[in-house]
Design a protein around this ligand. Structure first.
Ligand SMILES: [Zn+2]
Length: 93
């Protein structure tokens, strides 16, 4: 609410709508759109072009655009949570 009051005091409604339209037309830059990769071992940010053979220049670990096996890991965690949900709610009551 405070932010809206400050924005309305500093700008006109037409200018606010122009900002909204510009934000809708130009989506925010993401790491993927900028060609950036993050090393999962040392958290170094590397440009995909600079990462020769997709190895981290700092620790030489393999670089991936996405976390490897993330869908399988998520499925296993969801299945485990579903299995553990029942005894967690029945055994303590
Ligand atoms: Zn690294």
């Amino acid at each position: 609410m405070l932010c809206l009051s400050a924005l309305s005091a500093l700008t006109s409604p037409e200018q606010l709508w122009r900002w909204v339209e510009r934000a809708e037309n130009d989506p925010p830059a993401t790491g993927r759109s900028l060609g950036l990769l993050v090393c999962l071992d040392c958290r170094a940010t590397v440009r995909g072009v600079q990462a020769a053979h997709l190895r981290c220049p700092r620790c030489h670990a393999a670089l991936h655009e996405r976390k490897p096996h993330s869908l399988a890991l998520t499925a296993v965690l969801v299945a485990s949570a579903a299995v553990l949900y029942i005894p967690a709610n029945l055994l303590l009551s």
